[in-house]
Design a protein around this ligand. Structure first.
Ligand SMILES: Nc1ncnc2c1ncn2[C@@H]1O[C@H](COP(=O)(O)OP(=O)(O)O)[C@@H](O)[C@H]1O
Ligand SMILES: CCC(=O)OP(=O)(O)O
Ligand SMILES: [Mg+2]
Length: 402
């Protein structure tokens, strides 16, 4: 291993590659950035929140090449001891993080049709990184792992049981790496004993999900067999009556593939507003009295509050409701509107605390007397990915020298 080893974490999305470089000893972030516009006509890289720089080509290989060159500039390239990859769907094939081998890649490919917006991109990242960093152990960290503790009553659909038995149709849940991190941090922040705690976590980003965490374990979550179920998201519709979709198919003559495109890419905040999938744009429009933005935001909030309420029922006791993800961490408006809807639980938001910017870090935003604590915890999936990569990578090095 190198004298000053670092871990590179990679989160390849359908149009972006998020990356971080962490010190392997301290897990301090040494470098982070994002390549955006992959598979479009203009891609660029932003490092440490600096000025965006245009990429010569708009593919994953080029993104990885640029990330390597950023590492080279800082003399970090030979220090990369492990690479950790975010993989959205592990299906029932993976219940925890694993070292990546050819066999693991083939297995990930098998479950990829269940998370088409994410897994194929994740695999591109794995393949590009294996070419760039040959011989460096690479680790897959799955969104689905944390939810392996779900009981059958939480993961089964109300379909004929044979579909589960014969085709494996069940709920898996996603954003597990984020929910796992936030649950740990929340117990510290709220002064709870992990073994005796009940939390509902709302991860609100472009993709969004709620998770009920009891005694440190996921007991229910809003996403399903695919990352489409549950909340309304940037471009995904979340829960929708299957009967409505069947009716629509007959009325419009659209195929299953057409409708899959509609529910994944043309719905959610984008579809409801006709304006944007980006909450910042919608908030600006909301403040200017735009009715379309108001419609989208009110529907988004209604679904979040209803889903948080439903997840509270999966717990023995509700200690706290935690907001995270790009929207959960930054949107004062969404947190206020959701909290207003949750007054039925007696929760009381402290308006001044809610107004604090996200750079304040982990923070309680409810009033002292609130029986359920409201808090914001900035997620850190990169740290969890790096820790798993370190753990498995070290085991692999030890095995080599045994
Ligand atoms: N300051 C902000 N105020 C409101 N929304 C924000 C702010 N910053 C980011 N967001 C929203 O966060 C969402 C992206 O969240 P993020 O967790 O980064 O998404 P991803 O799922 O791609 O990781 C977008 O809708 C964006 O508008
Ligand atoms: C796979 C879960 C998800 O929606 O991820 P995203 O928030 O990165 O889109
Ligand atoms: Mg995300």
């Amino acid at each position: 291993m190198n004298d000053y080893p670092v871990v590179l974490t990679i989160n390849c999305g359908s149009s972006s590659v998020k990356f971080s470089v962490l010190d392997a000893e301290t897990c301090d972030v040494l470098l982070s950035g994002i390549c955006e516009g992959i598979n479009t006509d203009k891609a660029f890289i932003t490092v440490n929140d600096g000025e965006p720089v245009i990429l010569a080509r708009q593919n994953y290989e080029e993104a990885l090449a640029e990330i390597s060159s950023e590492l080279e500039k800082r003399n970090l390239i030979d220090s990369v001891a492990f690479v950790g990859h975010r993989i959205a769907h592990g299906g029932s094939l993976f219940s925890k993080s694993v070292l990546i081998t050819d066999d693991v890649i083939e297995k990930i490919r098998l479950v990829s049709p269940l998370a088409p917006l994410h897994n194929y991109a994740n695999l591109h990242g794995v393949e590009s990184a294996r070419l760039r960093f040959p011989g460096v152990p690479q680790v897959a960290v799955f969104d689905t792992s944390f939810h392996q503790t779900l009981k059958p009553e939480a993961y089964l659909y109300g379909l004929p049981y044979r579909y589960f038995e014969e085709y494996g149709v069940r709920r898996y849940g996603f954003h597990g790496t984020s929910h796992r991190y936030v649950a740990q941090q929340a117990c510290d922040l709220l002064g709870l004993n992990v073994e005796d705690s009940g939390l509902v976590i709302a991860h609100l980003g472009n993709g969004a999900s709620v998770c009920a965490v009891q005694n440190g374990e996921s007991v229910d979550t809003s996403m399903g067999m695919t990352p489409l179920e549950g909340l309304i998201m940037g471009t995904r519709c979340g829960d929708v009556d299957f009967g409505a979709m069947a009716w629509l198919a007959r009325q419009t003559g659209q195929s299953m593939d057409d409708l899959e495109q509609v529910v994944n890419k043309e719905s959610g905040l984008l579809g409801l507003s006709g304006l944007s999938s980006d909450l910042r744009t919608l908030e600006n429009a909301w403040h200017n009295g735009d009715e379309r933005a108001q419609r989208a935001i009110k529907t988004f909030v209604h679904r979040i509050a209803r889903t948080i309420g439903a997840h509270a029922a999966a717990l023995n006791r509700l200690d706290g409701i935690i907001f995270t993800g790009g929207i959960g961490e930054n949107s004062i408006l969404i947190r206020r509107l959701v909290s207003e809807r949750l007054q039925v639980f007696g929760v009381e938001l402290d308006i001044d605390k809610n107004n604090q910017p996200n750079r304040s870090g982990e923070r309680i935003i409810s009033c002292e007397q609130s029986p359920v604590i409201l808090a914001v915890i900035p997620t850190n999936e990169e740290k969890m990915i790096a820790l798993d990569a370190l753990h498995l990578g070290r085991e692999c090095h030890l095995a080599e020298y045994a």
